[in-house]
Design a protein around this ligand. Structure first.
Ligand code: PLP
Length: 395
């Protein structure tokens, strides 16, 4: 595989594995490749490294190490939290989530509906925000759990998770938050948040894919989703992915160290990019509220053009961005997030997400701002004039 120069603006999809993280995990691929459950020293010695990594990820979210369950990914963590709530609360078969969650929740919710559960997919406001009062009204006597994301992966919009946790507990309902997009960008404190469950995924914080965690608050009943060996103190079967767990621990340390950089330098780069597009290219507008929002994410609608075309030409210029849409058999479905915010199908199909990260530089932002106007002009020149009505802002 050749590695051409890329301008990577898709950090909400995945992140580059940090060199420090690669360094930390390599010994566990090359030399210490034993099974931590083995009785002999070669395997058993890995236990202390697992403990160290567990302590590091726990510190990232202000949890106790024993409250951490390592999983394979954010999707598994979300699925596990919801199914555990249903399994440990007999007679409660109702789940509340939102219409803008990651497919890890949307698809799992649809599956639960087929299995006889009731799932409420709460609508959001045109600016992408969630009304906590509407959420409170959706809670019923048979509600087992409310599962709401902290930060939206497509728009970066933040939900008021602290307030939602408080509502849930007032009604005796468990609260799970999908915090997959937050590490390194927001300070995470599960104690202050009072979440019962919280999901993270390592590949969003400069560690490899295939490792995630579920925080399970002490004394909250938990029923494992993946059942097998007694790993993770009986809470998740499957031989531990030692190298990835070590990598996750190192990445957690780096994420804490990068909080300020994300909040200042990366935020400034995101704002420069967003302002540059909105002022420099006619017929553009932001999807969703300006704040409260992740410091790294910008979702922009381009009137009269299809995201597919923009992404193709960006790709030719070496720029990686995303439409936040599911690509099915060659045609782009409009994003379910933008659709739930009330965007027209045309607006949703002409929207692009730029998500920055700690490795982005100002020169890279300048490169995008230099190339994008020409790309949009070129695409607009190739579409009939009547399709070029200015983008309606959903607010
Ligand atoms: N939740 C959110 C908000 C995400 O952005 C993602 C990944 O894009 C996931 C869950 C799923 O994480 P994973 O890819 O580790 O399964």
């Amino acid at each position: 595989m050749n590695s051409p120069v890329i301008y990577y603006f898709d950090n909400n999809a995945t992140t580059r594995v940090a060199p420090e993280v690669v360094e930390a995990m390599l010994p566990f691929l090359r030399e210490y490749w034993g099974n931590p459950s083995s009785t002999y020293t070669f395997g058993r010695q890995l236990g202390s490294h697992l403990d160290e990594a567990r302590a590091r990820v726990a510190a990232l979210i202000n949890a106790e190490p024993r409250e951490i369950v390592f999983t394979s990914c954010g999707t598994e963590s979300n699925n596990s939290a919801i199914q555990s709530a249903l399994a440990t609360r007999p007679g409660k078969t109702h789940v509340v989530t939102t219409a803008v969650e990651h497919s890890a929740n949307i698809k799992f919710g649809e599956l639960l509906q087929k299995r006889g559960c009731t799932v409420t997919f709460l609508p959001v406001e045109p600016d992408g925000s969630l009304d906590p009062h509407r959420l409170e009204q959706s809670i019923r006597p048979d509600t087992a759990i409310v599962s709401v994301m902290w930060a939206n992966n497509e728009t970066g919009i933040l939900f008021p998770v602290r307030e939602i946790a408080e509502i849930c507990h007032r009604h005796g309902v468990l609260f799970h938050t999908d915090a997959v997009q937050t590490p390194g960008k927001l300070k995470i404190d599960v104690r202050a948040l009072e979440a019962d469950f919280l999901s993270l995924s390592a590949h969003k914080l400069h560690a490899p894919k295939g490792i995630g965690l579920l925080y399970v608050k002490r004394r909250v009943k938990y029923q494992p989703y993946v059942v097998g060996g007694g790993q993770e103190r009986g809470r998740r079967g499957g031989t531990e992915n030692v190298a990835n767990i070590v990598a996750f621990g190192r990445a957690a340390q780096l994420a804490m160290a990068h909080l300020l950089d994300e909040d200042t330098r990366v935020r400034a780069l995101r704002d420069k990019l967003e302002d540059g597009i909105l002022t420099g290219i006619p017929g553009t507008s932001r999807n969703g509220a300006k704040e409260p929002r992740l410091p790294n994410t910008s979702n922009i609608a381009f009137a009269g053009v299809e995201a597919e075309g923009i992404l193709m030409l960006l790709d030719q210029a070496g720029i990686c961005a995303s439409s936040g849409s599911a690509c099915t058999t060659g045609s782009l479905d409009p994003s379910h997030v933008l659709t739930a915010m009330g965007c027209s199908a045309a607006r949703a199909r002409g929207s692009i997400r730029f998500s920055l990260g700690i490795y982005n530089t100002e020169a890279e932002v300048d490169y995008v701002l230099k190339h994008l106007p020409g790309i949009i002009a070129r695409l607009r020149a190739s579409v009939p004039v009547e399709e070029m009505a200015p983008a309606k802002h959903p607010n």
